[in-house]
Design a protein around this ligand. Structure first.
Ligand code: UDP
Length: 467
């Protein structure tokens, strides 16, 4: 039994996220739920993130390890492969030091929850006889496709016969699969990383997936047969779902500084319900100039008001000046938004997104229909699920007769109109509301994710407080 300042904890868990926005925050939210259920949790962020944003927390302790790029993070590395190698070398060494530090002060870790992108963490945990839980940050459907590819059950490059049929998934044409498979040979280091999630997962004590049962029921059942897993999502702050976790909104780890929250929300509050298009393409957004121009003119042609998250340099260099000037009283440009606050505002009628897994789960948990313009990685498959499985939105398509991959303004205008004012849009809104209710149910007391988190903790409990 661990006693710390008079409190009795069931277990001490260390969370080790991959150091990017879409990975750190879900892990932090998960930690808050563990603490809510009586565990002690510490999250290990990189020195670079810690120095850049100095995060503070009330109930989840924050400590640091190195990714081998302490001064500049990912940008300090030569390329992806170099970054991943540096992180494994420096990360293993400094994680060992962290484990030893906590052992020496009588506060050892009972389990390390590690991002499945970092399978080497499991080796370190096992060296110290600490339990390991792989935390998958993407949709179960995506993980299952990677499982097939990793085990050679799906031959690469994917060729005929198409569509690909996997148990629990809809038939998949090439553009419905993760981009690393759809465009064979693209981003080899990242592709290797997502496949290596399965390199040692059979040795992990737990497999946790950031999704919820009713959202992906069939594929979860299929994957559980080959890789037993616990669904624990969605990992939005409790404030937006079941509102049970205390001090939930006190802190989040945001790697980007938001524009003034009150300016954005006050602006939204002046707008009629469901009248705004919210546009944001995640934390790694790097669209070509021609694509940004098409988005701008497509948006202009809809005549809807909009809130657009776009880096200052992209606004300056990639969005037509005429459009920016003409949008003075129609649109608000921000370089980073409080996305959950925005999506939960009644003025937002549609989320024009890249379909990152966090953005997708945030939209469906807050009942906002989507227009999805996927760029790479899991986003292509998320877009397929959003449109054809969950009926939550529509995916824009590049013109088939031009090979540049650019989605034209007419297509963008048409898809935004379909969601904002078409009959299909009403259906998408109804579906979005259904998923919102089911997401809440999953994390509320007795819901599937709530029970799974409890199961995870019960299995970790060393000595119950009453013994
Ligand atoms: N986000 C935000 N403000 C913005 C844009 C994005 O807070 O203006 C957050 C968003 O809520 C989500 C994360 O950044 O939690 C993006 O994660 P996602 O998986 O959607 O995309 P990625 O950044 O990994 O491509």
């Amino acid at each position: 039994m661990m006693v710390d300042e008079g409190k009795v904890y069931r277990a001490h868990i260390l969370a080790v996220p991959y150091p990017s926005q879409g990975h750190v925050n879900p892990m932090l939210q998960f930690c808050k739920r563990l603490v809510f259920k009586g565990a002690k949790a510490t999250i290990a962020i990189t020195h670079f993130i810690s120095n850049t944003i100095s995060p503070k927390s009330d109930n989840v302790a924050i400590d640091t390890i190195s990714d081998g790029c302490d001064d500049g993070g990912f940008m300090q590395a030569e390329n992806v492969a170099d970054y991943l190698t540096r992180m494994e070398i420096a990360g293993s060494r400094t994680l060992e030091q962290l484990i030893q530090k906590y052992q020496e002060c009588n506060n050892p870790f009972d389990c390390i929850v590690y991002d499945a992108f970092l399978p080497w963490v499991l080796d370190v945990a096992q060296k110290y006889d600490i339990k390991g839980a792989a935390f998958f940050t993407q949709a179960c459907a995506v993980n299952y496709v990677y499982y097939y590819a990793h085990h050679g059950l799906l031959k690469l490059p994917v060729s005929t016969p198409l569509p690909v049929e996997l148990p629990g998934l809809p038939p998949l044409d090439l553009p419905d699969m993760p981009s690393f498979m759809y465009v064979h040979g693209s981003y080899p280091a990242y592709f290797q990383m997502v496949l290596s999630q399965f390199s040692n997962v059979d040795k992990a004590d737990f497999v946790l997936v950031n999704t919820f049962y009713k959202l992906e029921e069939k594929v979860i059942d299929s994957m559980t047969k080959v890789c037993p897993l616990l669904t624990i999502g969605p990992t939005l702050p409790s404030l937006y779902l079941d509102n049970r976790v205390e001090n939930d909104h006190n802190y989040d780890i945001n790697l980007f500084q938001s524009d003034s929250q009150s300016t954005i929300i006050n602006w939204l509050n002046t707008k009629p319900p469901a009248s705004i298009v919210y546009i944001a393409f995640g934390s790694m957004d790097n669209l070509p100039k021609t694509q940004m121009e098409e988005i701008a003119w497509g948006l202009k042609n809809t005549n809807f008001d909009f809130l657009w998250t776009v880096r200052d340099s992209d606004k300056e260099n990639k969005i037509p000046k005429d459009f920016v000037q003409a949008s003075c009283d129609k649109g608000l440009f921000v370089h980073w938004s409080p996305q959950l606050e925005v999506l939960s505002n009644k003025a937002v009628g549609c989320f024009f997104s890249h379909g990152g897994w966090n953005s997708t789960t945030e939209a469906l948990s807050l009942g906002v229909p989507m227009v999805v313009m996927p760029q790479w990685t899991d986003q292509t498959m998320d877009a397929k699920l959003v449109q054809d499985v969950w009926g939550l939105g529509v995916r824009v398509r590049a013109r088939a007769d031009v090979a540049d991959g650019i989605v034209r303004r007419e297509e963008i205008e048409g898809c935004i109109r379909e969601v904002m004012e078409g009959e299909k849009g009403k259906e998408m809104k109804r579906n979005a509301s259904k998923w919102r209710d089911l997401a809440k149910e999953a994390v509320s007391e007795g819901g599937t994710s709530d029970i799974n988190i409890q199961t995870f903790l019960s299995k970790l409990t060393i000595i119950s407080a009453t013994e």
